[in-house]
Design a protein around this ligand. Structure first.
Ligand code: ZN
Ligand code: ZN
Length: 345
């Protein structure tokens, strides 16, 4: 089969690769029908994720059709259409029993990281019963690719951890796919204001279409002054970091209101400062989280009922044999205006 292989920082290629087989009784092999590229894949290619070693098939998002299952799999059978969670969960370990699937002792974020991922024709999914979700008949399967990672990530790490409240104010730093997913799902809670901050005007225009009440182009405007003037000089109750750089994390610390929460989503490859000399007295909370995908069943219902329309995030479509072009398009988003690129084997 064809698969996108990571060969070390800055290096990748589309290669012929051995088709996966059932290794453990809980495994399923899934034929991928749609996958995508994540900002995290770009972090891997920058060398920010040392657990991902050369020779790995990248990708942790996708939908597909079950090809074969191990003897212990009871929920799924060949032919079932499934959503693949970016987080693999055994359902039995201490962390899984607490709903913290991201730290499953034999799972967590392993797909396209420590085991081969979804940017291929086939993928092996361990703990299939608790790591795949059945797709209801008639669902828009392209839209559901957004449920593997970005929607639960924006919702759990940003909106839930940031305790977005009715009437509250929210500032989201970063209007990429994850920031936009946080924007879409923040609206479940009717915040009074959602202010989106980014350097890219086309992404801000999308944010405005998706329901942002104010947009701030930080290449031209001072985001601190803009957020302060929009919030009566208080700052935002919830500040969501959806970039993953020291500068954006430090910006969040200037935007948060007394008593507020900074909810970090970004994947950080470098250390960042916490300004306790200013924040020690401000009653703030800083949260970090790797998505657990505990909200996936709920989000699936909101997508199927069209309360949430994540297919709006798909800007480009490629075949798997064009995946290097897809990486190029996604990696130069400022020029190409890419949000999510859909890849179809
Ligand atoms: Zn991802
Ligand atoms: Zn577990």
């Amino acid at each position: 089969m064809k698969a996108l292989i990571y060969h070390g920082p800055g290096q990748k290629s589309l290669d012929e690769f051995t088709k996966p087989v059932i290794v453990a009784p809980g495994d399923a092999v899934v034929r991928i029908t749609h996958t995508t590229i994540c900002g995290t894949d770009l972090h891997i290619l920058k060398g920010d994720v040392p657990t991902c070693t050369p020779g790995r098939v990248l990708g942790h998002e996708g939908v597909g059709v079950v090809e074969s299952v191990g003897a212990a799999v009871t929920v799924f059978k060949p032919g079932d259409h499934v959503l693949i969670s970016c987080i693999t969960a055994c359902g039995r370990c201490d962390y899984c029993r607490r709903g913290m699937y991201s730290h499953c002792t034999t799972g967590g974020w392993i797909l396209g990281n420590t085991i081969d991922g979804t940017q291929a024709e086939y993928v092996r999914i361990p703990h299939a019963d608790t790591s795949l979700y059945p797709i209801p008949g008639g669902a828009d399967e392209e839209a559901l690719v957004m449920l593997s990672d970005i929607l639960p990530t924006g919702f759990e790490c940003g909106v839930l951890n940031g305790k977005v409240q009715p009437g509250g104010t929210v500032a989201i730093v970063g209007a990429g796919p994850i920031g936009l997913a946080a924007l879409l799902t923040a609206q479940f809670y009717s915040p009074a204001d959602v202010i989106m901050i980014d350097l890219d005007h086309s992404r801000l225009a999308v944010a405005e279409r998706f329901g942002a009440t104010k947009i701030v182009d930080s290449s031209r405007e001072d985001p601190v002054a803009m957020v302060m003037s929009a919030t009566g000089e208080r700052g935002a109750d919830t500040v969501i970091e959806a970039v993953g750089t020291p500068a954006t994390f430090e910006l969040c610390q200037q935007l948060v209101a007394p008593g507020g929460i900074i909810a970090n989503i970004g994947v950080h490859g470098q250390k960042a400062d916490i300004h306790l000399e200013k924040l020690w007295s401000q009653n703030i909370t800083i949260t970090t989280r790797l998505v657990d995908t505990v909200s996936t069943p709920m989000l699936l219902k909101t997508v199927v009922s069209r309360k949430l329309e994540p297919s709006q995030l798909i800007t480009h479509r490629f075949r798997l044999d064009q995946i290097l072009d897809a990486y190029d398009t996604f990696g130069h988003a400022a020029k190409t205006q890419a949000l999510k690129v859909l890849i179809t084997p």
